[in-house]
Design a protein around this ligand. Sequence first.
Ligand SMILES: [Zn+2]
Length: 367
Amino acid sequence: MPRRRSGTDTNGLIAGLLRDLAAVQSSRQSRWGYARAAEAIANLPGPIESFVQADGTLRKIANVGPSSTRVIMEVLQTGASPTVERAIEESGKARDVEKSRGLRDTFLSRAEVLAAFRNRKLKGVSLDEYRGDLQMHSTYSDGSQTLSDIIETGMARGYEYCAVTDHSYGLPIARGVSMNDLAIQHQELDRLNRKFDGRFRVIKGIEANVLADGTVDMTPEERRSLELVVAAPHSGLRSSGDQTSRMLAAVRTPGVHILGHPRGRKYGVRPGVSADWDRVFEAAARQRVAIELDGDPRRQDIDHRLAARALEAGCIFACDSDAHAPDEWEFAETAVAHARLGGIPGERIINCWPLEFLLEWAAKRRG
Ligand SMILES: [Zn+2]
């Protein structure tokens, strides 16, 4: 049986190689097949080495076909995949693949997320300190979960609260919610919060846009009608120019509570915003704006390395799923794993605060 080389995330390595293989396929069918296999490996609960049976073959893994299995066995035996490298070379897309490979740093596979929780040497937050998720989307914008689904899922996960943060009207591509619909959402939430009083509380939030110049969309009055404002960049995420002033302006905007997925990076696709993050963190710490760790596996933004620097700057943090559907709530665990790896204690994470304390801080930021 192959031994797990310490320090390497073999699942992450294999998932990356299968992504590469997907990227160089000419048929849609095989692109889809390898991408699906990549996702299956990235989501395995344990290291791939533990799926090798006594006879040396691989245990059946859903969505992983014979040609993906061949790649996996090559990596387990040699640490690399000649099959994938050959396919890349023959495709003439080596430069694109190289670029994509450079955009996968500090992404955790599901197995690594779970390993971080088991690792008792880590000093950071543990999962049982987590009380509620503060970034998610409903059917009012681009989510597929209703407000009732949200309460049901939150209670089933043992949470005390969560925030619904649909996209603001400034992001029509994500079906940003109009102020009119937002008022209807708030009526519905008032009714649900009365019904679940003492058991579960949904916080009225929004995910507003950090525009190119750092202003946050929605008027100050509109933002004040919300209990929690996540401000996040959704544009200018491929430019390599310095955007420190944009991010500084965002965290200094009155009424902003959380700087959401601060970089806007995407796994293998784009690096997101470049900025002098230490300066941004310093300003956020002074304003008591929380820096978000977005746990969407494709985002993981910010990651544990950057989070450790934000901790040093004195920041508070939000660990959120960015869920658009009930089965995405576990993304919050990826965010908490990064916080744990970054050494962030629960008292610095607003999702670990008691509800009254959280609402008090939010009201203070609202001014
Ligand atoms: Zn967003």
